[in-house]
Design a protein around this ligand. Structure first.
Ligand SMILES: Cc1cc2nc3c(=O)[nH]c(=O)nc-3n(C[C@H](O)[C@H](O)[C@H](O)COP(=O)(O)OP(=O)(O)OC[C@H]3O[C@@H](n4cnc5c(N)ncnc54)[C@H](O)[C@@H]3O)c2cc1C
Length: 470
C-alpha cells in the first residue's frame, strides 16, 4: 500500500459511514472512520431515528392507557407519567446501540479516528491534528437542521428548539407549535400531544407531508386532526420573540395578507435538513457542492474527483437512514471492485405516527405525470383498513392501502399505506417492486390471516376491481 495509511477512510460514522466502513473491512480493505461526535452512529442513532422511536413507542403506550384504547379492550388503567424514566429508556436505547457500533468496529478492525476530518488534498485528511492518506475517501458527513431566519433555536433554554431539543424536553409543554408539517415535526409533535400538550402545526404548503401521495396526505391530515392536532396550512412563520418562558410567533398567510401572533410554551423548528459540508475544506480536494449544498456523485457514488466517494444525506436523494446504509454497502463494494447497486426508485419511507404512514415508489400524481398526464395509463386499487379483519378486531380502523400499477403492463409503480404497522408492511411492497411484480402477482400471493398485510393483497386485487371484502 506504499505510503497510504488506509485503503478506505470514511468521514462520518452515521448509518451511511459506519456501514460503509464495516463492509469495506469485511471485504479485506484496511479501513478507518473519522467521527467527531463522542459516540458512533451519527444523527440516526444519537439524535434521530432511534431516540425519536423510543419516545414514540413509550408515548404510544401512555396514550393507549390514558386515551381509552385499552379500556375499549377491557383493561382499565390510570397511567401516571414519569417523564425522567421515559427519557431514561430513550438514553438507554441510544447508549446500547451506539456502543454496539463501537463493538462492531473493533470486531471488524475498523480504526475509529476520533475528531472532525478536514481535507488537506485529494487523498489526504487531517483529524485531531494528525495527517492520514487513503487510497479512497468516502464522505458520509450527513446533515443538520435547516435554520429558519428570524426563529433562533436555543435547545438549552428549551423554548425554541430543533428536533434534538424536542427529544429532551424536561416537561410536557402546555402548547407546542411545530413549524413544518413534515415527518420529523409530525412524529415529535405526536409524542408531546400524546403526553398531554396541545399541538399546533404550522405549514407553508396547502397540505402536510410534502412528497407523499395526495390521498395519503389528505387522510393523514384528517387522522391527526381527529387526534387533536391543530393545523395552520398555507401559513408562514415570519418571526419569533422569546418572552420569559414563552415564545410569540408572527404568522402570515403564505400568499400574503394580515399577520397574526401565536403564543407557545415550546416551538419546534422542523423545516428540513441540509447537508454537512462546511468544515470539510472541500476545495483542498478539488470538490464543489451543487446549489443545494450537496455533493453530486455518479450511480456508483464516485464524486468528480477520482478516489473520493460520497453517500447518505450529503448526496442528493431522500434523507433516510436505510438509503444511507444501502449506499454505504454499495459504495464499499464498488471500491472493492464488486458491483454495488442501489435502486433509488424503490426506497421506502415511513412516518412512525399512530397509525404509521408508509410509501414506496411513485405517488399517483407522479405516476400519472410520468405516463404523460393520462389518468387512464395508471390503475389504482384501494382497500380501507376498516374492512381488514385484524385492524377491525384490534380497534385500528384508520387508513388504507393503495396500490398504483401501470395500466398496460400491470407492473406495480407505487404502494402507499396508512395502517398501524405500515412501516413493517411496506417491506413486502418494496420487495415485490424490486422483483418487478405486477398487481396480479401480489393479489395471487397467499397472505396469512388475520394480518394487516391482507389489506395489501386486497388493494392489489382492487386494481382489477375484484377485492373480496369490500
Ligand atoms: C429526529 C429525527 C428522526 C429521524 N428518523 C428517521 C427514521 O425514523 N428513519 C430514517 O430512515 N431516517 C430518519 N431520520 C434521518 C436519518 O437520521 C438520516 O437520514 C441518517 O442519519 C443519515 O445518515 P448519514 O450517515 O448520511 O449521516 P448522519 O447520520 O448525519 O451522520 C453523519 C456523521 O458525520 C459526522 N461528521 C460530520 N462532519 C464530519 C467531519 N468533518 N469529520 C468527522 N465526522 C463528521 C457527524 O458528527 C455525524 O455523526 C431522522 C432524523 C432526525 C433528525
Amino acid at each position: 500500500m506504499a505510503d497510504y495509511d488506509y485503503d478506505v477512510l470514511v468521514i462520518g460514522a452515521g448509518p451511511g459511514g459506519y456501514v460503509a466502513a464495516i463492509r469495506a473491512a469485511q471485504l479485506g480493505l484496511k479501513t478507518a472512520c473519522a467521527e467527531g461526535r463522542e459516540t458512533l452512529g451519527g444523527t440516526c442513532l444519537n439524535v434521530g431515528c432511534i431516540p425519536s422511536k423510543a419516545m414514540l413507542h413509550a408515548s404510544e403506550y401512555f396514550e393507549a392507557a390514558a386515551g381509552g384504547a385499552m379500556a375499549a379492550m377491557g383493561i382499565k388503567v390510570k397511567p401516571e407519567l414519569d417523564l425522567p424514566a421515559m427519557h431514561g429508556q430513550r438514553k438507554d436505547a441510544v447508549k446500547g446501540l451506539t456502543g454496539g457500533i463501537e463493538f462492531l468496529f473493533k470486531k471488524n478492525k475498523v480504526d475509529w479516528l476520533k475528531g472532525y476530518a478536514q481535507f488537506t488534498g485529494k487523498d489526504s485528511v487531517e483529524v485531531a491534528g494528525k495527517a492520514y492518506r487513503a487510497k479512497n475517501i468516502i464522505i458520509a458527513t450527513g446533515s443538520s437542521v435547516t435554520p429558519l431566519p428570524g426563529v433562533e433555536v436555543d435547545n438549552d433554554k428549551g423554548v425554541i428548539v430543533d428536533s434534538t431539543g424536542a427529544l429532551e424536553l424536561a416537561k410536557v409543554p402546555g402548547h407546542m407549535v411545530v413549524i413544518g408539517g413534515g415527518v420529523i415535526g409530525l412524529e415529535l409533535g405526536s409524542v408531546w400531544r400524546r403526553l398531554g400538550a396541545k399541538v399546533t402545526v404550522v405549514e407553508f404548503l396547502d397540505q402536510i407531508l410534502p412528497g407523499m401521495d395526495g390521498d395519503v396526505r389528505k387522510e393523514a391530515n384528517k387522522i391527526f386532526k381527529k387526534q387533536g392536532m391543530d393545523f395552520k396550512l398555507k401559513t408562514k412563520v415570519t418571526g419569533a420573540e422569546v418572552k420569559g418562558k414563552k415564545a410569540v410567533l408572527t404568522l402570515e398567510p403564505a400568499a400574503g395578507g394580515d399577520a397574526e401572533t401565536l403564543e407557545a410554551d415550546v416551538v419546534l423548528v422542523s423545516i428540513g435538513r441540509r447537508p454537512n459540508t462546511g468544515g470539510l475544506a472541500l476545495d483542498k480536494a478539488g470538490l464543489t457542492t451543487n446549489q443545494r449544498g450537496q455533493i453530486e456523485t455518479d450511480h456508483d457514488f464516485r464524486t468528480a474527483v477520482d478516489g473520493i466517494w460520497a453517500i447518505g444525506d450529503v448526496v442528493p436523494g431522500p434523507m433516510l437512514a436505510h438509503k444511507a446504509e444501502d449506499e454505504g454497502i454499495a459504495c464499499a463494494e464498488n471500491i472493492a471492485g464488486l458491483t454495488g447497486i442501489v435502486n433509488h426508485d424503490v426506497i421506502p419511507s415511513v412516518v412512525y405516527t399512530w397509525p404509521e404512514i408508509a410509501g414506496v415508489g411513485l405517488t399517483e400524481e407522479q405516476a400519472v405525470e410520468k405516463a404523460g398526464g393520462e389518468k387512464g395509463d395508471v390503475k389504482v386499487g384501494k382497500f380501507p383498513m376498516l374492512a381488514n379483519s385484524r385492524a377491525k378486531t384490534n380497534h385500528e380502523p384508520d387508513g388504507f392501502v393503495k396500490v398504483i400499477a401501470d395500466a398496460k403492463s400491470d407492473r406495480v409503480l407505487g404502494v402507499w399505506i396508512i395502517a398501524v404497522p405500515a412501516g413493517t408492511m411496506i417491506a413486502q411492497a418494496a420487495q415485490a417492486m424490486e422483483f418487478g411484480a405486477t398487481s396480479e402477482d401480489i393479489a395471487y400471493t397467499c397472505h396469512a390471516h388475520p394480518t394487516h398485510s391482507e389489506a395489501i393483497k386486497e388493494a392489489a386485487m382492487a386494481v382489477t376491481g375484484k377485492p373480496i371484502h369490500i
